[in-house]
Each structure stands twice: as structure tokens, then as C-alpha cells.
Design a protein around this ligand. Structure first.
Ligand code: KIV
Ligand code: NA
Length: 266
């Protein structure tokens, strides 16, 4: 099975929903790859893997290290790597340098960057130079210091109009898909109808052209998750149970047994 291409994702609009999950490590990429159309190496890895308060401190080197692992662990899904805060906002040229490093050093096919109208010239600059871009509008976590938190966007008429303009600007600049995060549902629907490329919802709408979740959230690795997360497993509980069993076995000298030890021949 050949890896899905950028045109294949773009052409999915109006045909088949696009399945996306985040992945940060090789083993998880291997497990998710056959089920997904895109694997997103999200800068959410800052919080999920590194315990950071936000995605703002995440570095280009971190994204490249994890991005390369996810590419090595997948052969079917299109791998998209987040451009971290500070690696693209200054100018289209800065964005190109960072994005080129990401593609050259990971083997991924595309990058994602946050922002609306202000980032449209950057999206156009990258796509004109061979770098496919996924947009990200609505609740853009890298802007947490401006937004003041992670609440849903689009509750006022002014915000609604701005969000539609943002999504249109990014799509018209050449993005091949746009993540729509944390907006009131009718706006996610409106954006989906207004742009020609797939919308990938997270806290969006079932009418978005695709969906994405943070893998650790949907697997139940955390007790507290945002409203838009559906937990498909309770892994933290399973891990807790397994580790409790292991600790009890060690303390009771029940592990290792003859099955887990090397015995001399004969
Ligand atoms: O960083 C991330 O995981 C993301 C997705 C949730 C869209 O940007
Ligand atoms: Na992100």
C-alpha cells in the first residue's frame, strides 16, 4: 500500500471522511497507521510527552526528532508535522527554512501551522515552493497568551465573521486541509461549506470533512480531558492495574519465575 498523497487528501472532500490522530512515537505510529489517513505529529507533544504548560516552548528539534520517528513507524498515512511556535511567524522566508528542515530531516510530506489571514502569505509562499501546508484556525493553542485560555471560539458575531475569513484566507492561499479547533458547531459547519479543501475538526462538528484527536486523550491516558474528547479506552487504568500487579509480584518474590529466567543447559 502506497502512502496517501496530498492530492488524495484534498480530493477526499465531499467523498470520504478523513481519519486523523496525533502520533509522537514509532510504536504508536505503527499501531495507528493502518487505520488513519493522516498522522499528525502535533506540538501537543509538549504537554502530552514533556509536561509543559502549553505548546509555546516546543522547539523545532523536538518536532523533528518525533516527526522522524513517526515517519519510520508508518508507510500508509500521510505524515504532517506541526511547525512549533517561533519557527514560522516572523516571515515567509523563516517559515520556509524551518519547513524545509522538517521535510528534509524527517521524510514527512507536509507541515501544519496555526493562524488565519495573517498567515495566508506564508501558506502561499510555502506551497509555491513545494511544501504542502495544513492550516489550523479557531482555537489556536500557540496563541494561548493572546486568547487567555482554551475556551471555544466564535460565540460573538465579530468572532464568527473573523473565523470564516481566516479559514477562507488559508484555504485560498493553498492549504490542502484546514484543522478547525474549538469553535461553536455552526461555525465549523459554515467553514466546511465555505472552503474547497477538507476541514479536520477537533471540537468542531460531525459535518467537518475529517476528525482529529490527541491520541493520549482518546485512549484515556488522562483523567481530565476537554469536552471534545471521546475516550475510546481507559489506558491509564489498565497501566495502573498492570504496574500494581508487577510491584506486588516483585515484593512477594513471585517474579521472575522459571519462565522468565535463563537456565543452564542440560
Ligand atoms: O498539536 C496537536 O495535537 C494539534 C491537533 C490537536 C490538531 O494541533
Ligand atoms: Na498543534
Amino acid at each position: 500500500m502506497r502512502r496517501l498523497t496530498v492530492p488524495a487528501i484534498r480530493d477526499a472532500k465531499g467523498k470520504t471522511p478523513v481519519v486523523v490522530l496525533t502520533a509522537y512515537t514509532i510504536r504508536m505510529a505503527q499501531i495507528l497507521d493502518p487505520h488513519c489517513d493522516m498522522l499528525l505529529v502535533g506540538d501537543s507533544l509538549g504537554q502530552v510527552l514533556y509536561g509543559l504548560d502549553s505548546s509555546v516552548p516546543v522547539s523545532l528539534d523536538m518536532m523533528i526528532a518525533h516527526g522522524a520517528a513517526v515517519v519510520r513507524g508508518s508507510y500508509h498515512s500521510l505524515v504532517v508535522i506541526d511547525m512549533p511556535f517561533g519557527s514560522y511567524e516572523e516571515s515567509p522566508e523563516q517559515a520556509f527554512r524551518s519547513a524545509a528542515r522538517i521535510l528534509k530531516e524527517t521524510g514527512a510530506a507536509a507541515v501544519k501551522l496555526e493562524g488565519g489571514e495573517a498567515m495566508a502569505p506564508t501558506v502561499a509562499f510555502l506551497t509555491a515552493r513545494g511544501i504542502p501546508v495544513v492550516g489550523h484556525v479557531g482555537l489556536t493553542p500557540q496563541a494561548v497568551n493572546i486568547l487567555g485560555g482554551y475556551g471555544a471560539r466564535g460565540r460573538s458575531e465579530a468572532e464568527r465573521a473573523k473565523l470564516i475569513r481566516d479559514a477562507q484566507a488559508i484555504a485560498e492561499a493553498g492549504a490542502f486541509a484546514v484543522v478547525v479547533e474549538g469553535v461553536v458547531e455552526p461555525i465549523a459547519v459554515e467553514i466546511t461549506r465555505a472552503i474547497a479543501v477538507p476541514t479536520i475538526g477537533i471540537g468542531g462538528s460531525v459535518e467537518c470533512d475529517g476528525q482529529v484527536l490527541v491520541i493520549d486523550d482518546m485512549l484515556g491516558m488522562f483523567d481530565r480531558v476537554p469536552r471534545f474528547v471521546k475516550k475510546y479506552a481507559q489506558l491509564s487504568q489498565q497501566i495502573d492495574d498492570a504496574v500494581a500487579d508487577y510491584a506486588a509480584d516483585v515484593r512477594a518474590r513471585r517474579f521472575p519465575t522459571v519462565e522468565q529466567t535463563y537456565q543452564p543447559k542440560g
